[in-house]
Design a protein around this ligand. Structure first.
Ligand code: TXA
Ligand code: MG
Length: 329
């Protein structure tokens, strides 16, 4: 635990020093900010779980800057996933690979595979290149909260609780990485994310989706996740939006394609992408959810579901999980 304030800085050298000492540093990536610690240091890994109040059954992702490092640590990317690593790393892709004895049970929650990712952010790539260990880094938010896409978000959660935020500005992709593994001949997506299914299938052919929370092999995909502190109601067309707004007149509207209800004040309307680009929508999504959560004039968050392709699928998946409480009422 740091004794004073959390430093916000762009110093890669300082971040590396703190991490070598076993301390925690929030790091920028293209997807979301990560709460990073030495992935080979059990004390640092435990500190990540306690700081996030994350249950130990939810495994962590290890980050590094080069495939050669993974090999040097005695681990090998499955042959059928290599084309994905070559094409999309650094990028919003996480691969499940058989772990070596160097990887502790605390990282994988006892599972036989470990999740690895090479993130695309210049500061973090520089940082990872300086270290001789991988960084374990879950998203830098308390467990079950909306993920942080800017240094301010991290500080809102962890000011005084971690030593440093490496300031790399806002995240460009804006939603978590897509998690991919292989079982037998089958390439499987375990979490929809910032790399679209279509892009993956263009490289390895048809893949299977296994993103349900009930599966024991993807323990982090819990039903109630990514939840803001207000009820989230999803709508699909102009009629369901208008009906929902009549029921929730103090709602804010997060829209993609639809027009805002005429009774909704402009300051409670958030548009994700005027040109209907799901990448732009993903980059703005968590920030919009956060702003609507913080806005006291908004009681309910009405969100338009996106068309179910490209990053629309990953956004809809998060909406389903955020809205689950409301659906159960
Ligand atoms: O984009 C991202 O992936 C971000 C940035 C910081 O890299 N990280 C991130 O980590 O989203 P986190 O901890 O919020 O999500 C990690 C998820 C777990 O909840 C679990 O679903 C999956 O990764 N995971 C990790 N290891 C796994 C394993 N061995 N088998 C199956 N799923 C695993
Ligand atoms: Mg997370």
């Amino acid at each position: 635990m740091p004794s004073n304030m959390t430093q916000r800085s762009t110093s890669v050298k300082h971040a590396a020093q703190l991490l070598r000492e076993g301390k925690l540093v929030a790091i920028p990536t293209e997807t979301v900010y990560g709460l990073a610690g030495n992935g080979f240091n059990e004390a640092a890994i435990k500190a990540i779980f306690t700081t996030k109040e994350r249950p130990f059954y939810d495994p962590l992702i290890l980050h590094t800057h080069a495939v050669e490092k993974i090999t040097a640590w005695g681990m090998h990317i499955p042959e059928s996933l290599m084309p994905l690593a070559e094409k999309f790393w650094p990028g919003p892709l996480t691969l499940l690979i058989e772990r070596s004895s160097q990887v502790s049970d605390f990282v994988t929650s006892g599972l036989p595979r470990v999740a690895f990712r090479i993130p695309q952010h210049p500061l973090t790539l520089q940082l990872l290149a300086e270290l001789d260990f991988p960084l374990a880094a879950p998203s830098a938010n308390p467990f079950g909260f909306v993920s942080p896409t800017a240094p301010e978000h991290v500080l809102q959660h962890f000011e005084g609780k971690i030593d440093m935020v490496l300031d790399g500005g806002s995240c460009t992709v804006g939603i978590e990485s897509t998690i991919v593994g292989v079982e037998g001949d089958e390439v499987i997506i375990y979490r929809l994310g910032g790399l679209a299914v279509e892009e993956i299938e263009a490289v390895v052919g048809k893949v299977s989706l296994r993103t349900s929370s009930s599966k024991p092999d993807a323990p982090g995909m819990l039903q109630r996740h990514y939840a803001p502190n207000k009820p989230v109601v999803t709508v699909t067309d102009q009629k369901s939006l208008s009906d929902a707004f009549s029921t929730h007149p103090n709602a804010g509207c997060m829209l993609y394609n639809l027009s805002a209800p005429s009774a909704c004040p402009a300051e409670r309307v958030f548009r994700l992408s005027d040109k209907q680009d799901s990448k732009e929508a993903a980059a703005k999504f968590y920030n919009a959810l956060r702003m609507m959560s913080d806005d006291r004039s908004i009681e309910t968050i009405l969100v338009e579901r996106l068309p179910d392709f490209a990053l629309g699928r990953a956004i809809n998946d998060r909406l389903r999980r955020a809205a689950v409480e409301e659906d159960q009422k």
